[in-house]
Design a protein around this ligand. Structure first.
Ligand SMILES: Cc1cc2nc3c(=O)[nH]c(=O)nc-3n(C[C@H](O)[C@H](O)[C@H](O)COP(=O)(O)OP(=O)(O)OC[C@H]3O[C@@H](n4cnc5c(N)ncnc54)[C@H](O)[C@@H]3O)c2cc1C
Length: 117
């Protein structure tokens, strides 16, 4: 995404952890050493800083519009496009039309088998 330098300046890269029980005995050491994707497997970040870096990264693209306080309630697929129904925080609705939709709405994802608007 072209954000490596920005992100790397704020993370603890490639850190390890040791876990101790009530008996003060170490029961687990986690220290990944491999870099299968060219970067440490495990790095710590502060979420508000990371999210700001992502938002600044998006701001590089004038055609990207970011909406918060806005819920995708359903969608309808067509051969060449998708319609997405949105509910805004004030209760109002809106509809977005796009060539494709990427679902990244976590474990409570709207059911892709029952598309609806
Ligand atoms: C307490 C805790 C600690 C964790 N610690 C770690 C850790 O140290 N390291 C690690 O790698 N993982 C950790 N995880 C797991 C990690 O948080 C998840 O695996 C990861 O966040 C999943 O990412 P995601 O993008 O799939 O979903 P999410 O992070 O859940 O993102 C989904 C987003 O979609 C939004 N959304 C949902 N439905 C809609 C809708 N209808 N319309 C619009 N927006 C919608 C949600 O508001 C949310 O912002 C932790 C999880 C928890 C709960």
């Amino acid at each position: 995404m072209g954000l490596l330098e920005s992100v790397r300046s704020e993370i603890v890269s490639g850190y390890g952890s040791e876990y101790y029980g009530p008996d003060r005995q170490r029961f687990l050491t986690v220290k990944p050493l491999t870099q299968p994707y060219g970067h440490p497997r495990r790095s710590a970040f502060r979420q508000p800083i990371f999210e700001a870096q992502l938002r600044e990264g998006l701001a590089r693209y004038p055609h990207v519009e970011t909406r918060f306080q806005c819920k995708a309630e359903g969608f309808e697929e067509f051969p060449d496009r998708v319609h997405i129904g949105l509910r805004q925080a004030d209760g109002g609705t809106d509809r977005v039309e796009a060539d494709f939709m990427i679902g990244c709405d976590g474990s409570w994802s709207i059911d892709a088998r029952k598309p609806r608007i």
